[in-house]
Ligand binder design. Structure first.
Ligand SMILES: *[C@@H]1O[C@H](CO)[C@@H](O)[C@H](O)[C@H]1NC(C)=O
Length: 310
């Protein structure tokens, strides 16, 4: 008798478990609106999407953006020894970056003769802009905002649809397409994603225009990728340039120069789209499981060799 009761409960348990398993499998596979990336945050607190692999459908995105006939201006600063990174960057970009869209690269350099000839894909072209060099890498970093501001004002406003500003010492490894486009786009820094904001390397001295107090801050953004509509990137570049000028006249240089000012800007002007660290990885970093793909990564380099000064 006792045995039969046990048997009965055992059977019920097996049946319920079977239903649960079938139900879970069904939910996982057949719900079109399931959260495909439960392992990572896919929106910010102000509901800006955070772009991760698996959160978008390339075909659907292309169906939206291709008919719009958009042009994406892409600026790259390659001063001094940094021109050596151009070849890898551009060649890899031609394989992975905005393929099928009109792309116009603007390369700022003091060494126009050293810009490599890279075969451009259909609809892609490149313009070299001769720029004065500098003996200090910090100075180069500081002047980028000014150059970006001028280029947008003089050439890009009302002519292109989107802009990206990319660091030259980087390389594309995988698809980077129209899913990255937005009104104002920032990228989450690989080293500080998931970290407490107290640990973010924001500028902490109130004397600097880039100052962010410990009780403020959402994310730490990488300075190597800035994107958005021309009017928004213009406002960003202009604001950062003015704050950099104020700092300079007060003889203070923010902890991470331009990146510190960018983080200050994004704190009060929230990006409408955030790119996950897939869009700005660091080759020296150990990969978490949530990193399914590396799309763009900073090249491992010897700073002592590349920079004109320590
Ligand atoms: C797409 O845009 C380009 C450049 O803005 C223009 O020359 C071309 O005519 C446009 N094509 C169509 C089909 O609208």
């Amino acid at each position: 008798m006792r045995n039969m009761t046990l048997n009965f409960y055992l059977r019920i348990t097996i049946i319920i478990t079977a239903f649960l398993v079938v139900g879970l499998v069904f939910l996982r596979n057949y719900t079109p609106y399931r959260n495909s990336r439960p392992d990572v945050p896919t929106t910010s607190l102000w509901l800006a999407p955070i772009v991760w692999d698996g959160t978008f459908d390339v075909k659907m995105i292309d169906n939206i953006y291709k008919p719009k006939n958009i042009t994406v201006a892409t600026t790259v600063f390659a001063l001094g020894k940094y021109v050596r990174f151009l070849k890898d960057l551009l060649e890899s970009a031609e394989q992975h970056f905005m393929v099928g869209y009109r792309v116009h690269y603007y390369v700022f350099t003091d060494l126009p003769d050293k810009v490599p000839a890279v075969t451009m894909g259909e609809g892609h072209r490149l313009t070299v802009i001769k720029t004065a060099g500098s003996n200090r890498w910090q100075e180069i970093s500081l002047r980028r905002m000014e150059l970006l501001e001028k280029l947008i004002k003089n050439e890009l406003m009302n002519k292109v649809d989107y802009i990206f500003s990319l660091d030259v010492d980087s390389k594309f490894y995988s698809h980077w397409g129209a899913e990255s486009l937005g009104d104002l786009v920032g990228v989450l820094h690989a080293w500080f994603f998931g970290s407490y904001r107290n640990n973010f390397p924001y500028e902490r001295r109130p004397e600097s225009q880039a100052y962010i107090p410990y009780e403020e801050g959402d994310y730490y953004y990488g300075g190597a990728v800035i994107g958005g509509r021309p009017e928004n990137v213009y406002k960003l570049a202009k604001t950062c340039r003015m704050q950099l000028d104020v700092d300079r006249s007060n003889q203070i240089e923010a902890a991470w120069q331009e990146e510190s000012h960018l983080n200050k800007y994004f704190l009060y002007n929230k990006p409408t789209k955030l790119l996950s660290p897939e869009y700005l990885w660091d080759d020296t970093k150990w990969k978490f499981n949530h990193m399914k793909v590396v799309r763009f990564s900073q090249v491992v380099k010897n700073y002592a060799e590349i920079r004109p000064n320590p």
